[in-house]
Design a protein around this ligand. Structure first.
Ligand SMILES: NC(=O)c1ccc[n+]([C@@H]2O[C@H](COP(=O)([O-])OP(=O)(O)OC[C@H]3O[C@@H](n4cnc5c(N)ncnc54)[C@H](OP(=O)(O)O)[C@@H]3O)[C@@H](O)[C@H]2O)c1
Length: 218
């Protein structure tokens, strides 16, 4: 499968490494060419490439947004919303503002979310918010955590959400999902980072996730 990944940080490179190792044709993207990190990553395997945001948006049958959440709107605009029309755009980013140090605040929240902003920017893309609630190490290896831990996701397009569930199961082994509904549920998924970052501080590791305990259904 041709996969475009916007973002050359740890998340983009981790997801891209696993997907290319599984045989997918992966293009990682940053703002410019040349790009030392992106091109160095791409040089490690023949089915890895580096390109601009626009190149990766054109390349991917599915596109993953793994850019800094403060700049994801700019990155998707640079990718070209017309190149994303009809495609699934998996939004992995969180609008974290570290300008006042750790823990970060949310640059957008409560009455809006990054997921909604991206869907509004690219109305013909099928935005699915997913994977943003776990560390990169857990995204690609959910089986490392015991228990029936869950991955929340949301988006306006039911078929796109079904595709993403299938891909995340096939790519990384994700088993348990909670569909939170339309893309405005991204407000909740992104707000989770306010607790996630504090749990990270308390536990000293990012290798954790949510296990839902609920009463049996009668
Ligand atoms: N770290 C985790 O485990 C984790 C878990 C869940 C979600 N997330 C989210 O995943 C996203 C990626 O995180 P990360 O740590 O891998 O990378 P990051 O450092 O947050 O972002 C790196 C990417 O953002 C791009 N970028 C930076 N400033 C930009 C600007 N002004 N305009 C356009 N693009 C810009 C960079 O482009 P260049 O390549 O051109 O420099 C780079 O590709 C973030 O939104 C983060 O909140 C992270």
């Amino acid at each position: 499968m041709k996969i475009g990944i916007l973002g050359t940080g740890g998340v983009g490179r981790t997801l891209g490494a696993h997907l290319s190792a599984a045989g997918h044709d992966v293009m990682l993207a940053g703002r410019a060419t040349p790009h030392e990190v992106g091109e160095g990553w791409a040089a490690e395997a023949p089915n890895r490439r580096y390109g601009t945001f626009a190149d990766a948006a054109a390349h991917g049958e599915v596109v993953l947004n793994c850019t800094s959440g403060l700049h994801s709107v700019a990155a998707v605009r640079a990718a070209g919303v017309e190149r994303l029309a009809g495609k699934v755009l998996v939004d992995v980013a969180n609008p974290l503002d570290f300008s006042q140090g750790f823990p970060p605040s949310l640059a957008v929240g409560n009455t809006d979310s990054l997921g909604e902003q991206l869907q509004a920017l690219a109305p013909e893309a099928r935005v699915v918010k997913a994977l943003n609630t776990v560390a990169a190490s857990v995204m690609v290896a959910p089986a490392k955590l015991p228990g029936e831990h869950v991955l929340p996701l949301c988006g306006d397009d039911a078929e796109a959400k079904a595709l993403v569930r299938g891909w995340l199961q096939a790519w990384f082994g994700w088993q348990h999902f909670v569909d939170l509904g339309p893309i405005h549920a991204a407000r909740g998924q992104e707000a989770w980072l306010l607790l996630w970052t504090r749990l990270y501080g308390a536990l000293g590791t990012g290798d954790f996730n949510i296990v839902l305990s609920r009463a049996p259904q009668g």
